[in-house]
Ligand binder design. Structure first.
Ligand code: PRX
Length: 618
């Protein structure tokens, strides 16, 4: 079938279309209604149906593929490799589920998972899904204060963590940070389940609170899957937005399961028994969807990689592809830009004949990088665009339906199920081909997308459906060419993308402001040839004579948010450019920092502020 026709059908006959896709997953109880859209913009998919993500990812495969590898863990950090068949994964997940139950975790309880890229993290996540606990995985790069903010929002009954991780061969200790976050939090969980992998010689357990995973884990256990109504929350994943306060993106069970199963078939072309290698982290949405759930739901072998792309050398990923006959690979443009700096022979020396496609997402894929990797691999490299909010691709080629030609630098077309329109920023009217507009989705959002903001329905509506009346805004600029191909031009809000990590400049500003000598500050994202964007800070000090250094500010950010958010530089100024009504002119600052025209300055209060920025940048 031609793809455009397929897409049209998915919107014209929404219910018929998704009822068909829903056959890709196993239901304990069939749904009564495909879509309940009686309370827009809240969409409930597969109403009355009961299923379980862990059942679909694990138990379901025991009949046919019990001895097939489900999970392969490769760590070039601690030089270990382990694999688990579906049968073994089932056992491990049951053991962890039993442990969680014995610690009092009930259906609907939240569990924070703060873990490095180890198999135990996958067991913990699947065990939550199994018993109907809502997991909230926090990326290991976030600092204690960020973790505490997420704890206070989710109010978990349990936290699962490990002694540490490792990055570039250096141990990163988790436990002290976890202790600190629990001290800072207003709603700390009563119990902490701690997996000791032997990286921290001075690891300590808090009596009565911390439970040793290795001791508590039963030898055998059988914990049946909880059958959950389709709209039951499956997880919360915090993401950055315009405010300093992270948003808890909430997802359901049934819609997510169907969307992922469908995407594996139609977009990623992953067949049962094949291997998928996604290079993200379990703390991000790509890790949730395409390291853990989707490949397992599809009966594939998934690879969990702890390490960086250039250690021991720039051939490591391609070695993994060769050794494990990877068929589907998913990575981010930043990583490819890093690899592009190394000799292409690192790639060429490996047998990559198993690889069907490489998928890239998370940030704009520039044309030179897209061309380089396509030529190096001799395979289609599929740029696709989506967000934590959507959970699965929004714009992409859909080769499982039709092999449409790819255009370099474009994530192709709207994915089926998504009613995408580019709207004019001010008028809200659709823009013409070749004109820039905001990428929007006319609701209902398809299955798999966020169902609300955790604990705050009103914030969901206010955040996403207000700029364009009752239409979902992605907060990304886009443009469509005459052939219908989309190009993403960057965010319309204060979110920046640093090496594929999504960060809010407001969050970084709040972190900078935690330094006792900072009166106010502005953080903007500036183009970086490797990382896509980097934060750049401008700070006004309370007392300039105190000699506050750039280093001190950077350390404050490390401590508040994590080193991933550390500004590239901190410039000290005596005032920030503001409008007469007091709004900081971030766009103008950003433009200057990127060597562009600062734009309309008729509303500026004091033009000398901009002069200071100019000088500081020199
Ligand atoms: O700005 C877009 C950018 O990343 C944002 C979403 O980031 P996150 O929530 O971390 O989810 C990543 C899921 C892959 C988007 O709003 N983005 C993502 N993919 C692309 C992209 N920008 C350009 N091209 C892409 N392919």
């Amino acid at each position: 079938m031609k793809y455009q026709e397929f897409h049209r059908r998915s919107l014209q006959d929404r219910e018929g279309f998704w009822a068909g896709e829903a056959k890709l997953v196993e239901w304990h109880k069939p749904f009564k209604q495909v879509l309940d859209y009686s309370k827009p913009p809240f969409a409930k998919w597969f109403v009355g149906g009961e299923t379980n993500l862990c059942h679909n990812a694990v138990d379901r495969h025991l009949a046919k593929r019990a001895d097939q590898k489900a999970l392969v863990w490769i760590s070039t950090e601690v030089n270990e490799e382990k694999s688990f068949t579906y049968k073994e994964l089932h056992l491990e997940v049951n053991r962890v589920a039993a442990m969680m139950r014995s610690l009092g975790v009930k259906r609907g309880d939240r569990v924070i998972v703060y873990m490095p890229m180890i198999p135990e993290a996958v067991f913990a996540i699947l065990a939550c899904a199994r018993i109907g606990a809502v997991h909230s995985v926090v990326f290991g790069g976030f600092a204690a204060a960020s973790l505490a903010a997420r704890i206070d929002d989710a109010k978990p009954s349990l936290m699962i963590t490990a002694d540490g991780g490792s990055r570039m061969g250096k141990v990163v200790l988790y436990k002290a940070l976890v202790d600190e976050s629990l001290r800072l939090a207003q709603h700390p969980p009563k119990k902490v389940l701690l997996f000791n992998r032997g990286l921290d010689p001075s690891l300590s357990f808090v009596k009565g609170r911390d439970v040793d995973w290795n001791e508590a884990k039963p030898k055998r256990a059988s914990v049946p899957c909880e059958w959950l109504e389709s709209s039951t929350p499956s997880y919360i994943l915090y993401t950055s937005g315009t405010t300093g306060h992270p948003k808890g993106v909430q997802r359901d069970v049934g819609g997510y399961c169907v969307a992922l199963a469908s995407s594996m078939k139609r977009i990623f072309c992953g067949e049962p028994g094949e291997t998928m290698f996604t290079t993200s982290d379990i703390g991000w949405v790509v890790g949730h969807s395409y390291i853990i759930y989707a490949p397992l739901i599809a009966g594939m072998t998934t690879i969990l990689y702890e390490g960086v792309p250039i250690r021991p050398d720039a051939g490591i990923w391609w070695k993994i592809v060769e050794d494990h006959k990877v068929a589907v690979m998913f990575s981010a443009p930043t990583a490819i830009r890093v690899l592009k700096k190394h000799d292409v022979s690192f790639l060429r020396k490996h047998d990559l004949s198993s690889l069907k496609h490489l998928y890239l997402a998370g940030e704009p894929l520039d044309e030179p990088t897209h061309t380089w990797i396509t030529q190096a691999l001799g395979r289609p490299v599929i740029d696709h665009y989506w967000q934590t909010e959507t959970g699965w691709p929004l714009l992409s080629a859909v080769p499982g339906v039709e092999r449409t030609p790819l255009k370099m630098g474009s994530p192709s077309f709207p994915v089926y199920g998504y009613d995408v329109h580019l709207l004019h920023e001010r008028t809200g009217k659709p823009v013409a081909d070749g004109e820039k507009g905001v990428v929007t989705i006319t609701p209902p959002l398809p299955p798999g997308c966020m169902t609300t903001v955790w604990g705050d329905d009103e914030r969901f509506v206010r955040t996403y459906f207000k700029d364009f009346k009752n239409i979902y805004s992605t907060f990304d600029w886009g443009i469509r060419d005459k052939d219908g191909y989309y190009f993403i031009l960057g965010r319309t809000d204060d979110v920046i993308n640093v090496a594929g990590h999504r960060l809010g400049t407001r969050e970084i500003e709040e972190a900078v402001s935690m330094h006792s000598n900072v009166a106010e500050c502005a953080v903007v994202g500036v183009v970086d040839s490797l990382k896509g964007q980097m934060p750049l800070a401008f700070a006004v000090l309370k007392d300039a004579s105190k000699g506050t250094s750039q280093q001190e500010i950077m350390e404050t950010v490390d401590k508040q948010l994590g080193a991933i958010a550390r500004p590239k530089a901190v410039h000290f100024v005596t005032l920030l450019p503001k409008t007469r009504s007091g709004k900081t002119l971030r766009r103008s600052i950003q433009a200057l920092a990127e060597g562009r025209d600062p734009g309309d300055l008729t509303t500026i209060e004091d033009p000398t502020a901009l002069e200071q920025i100019r000088k500081a940048l020199q």
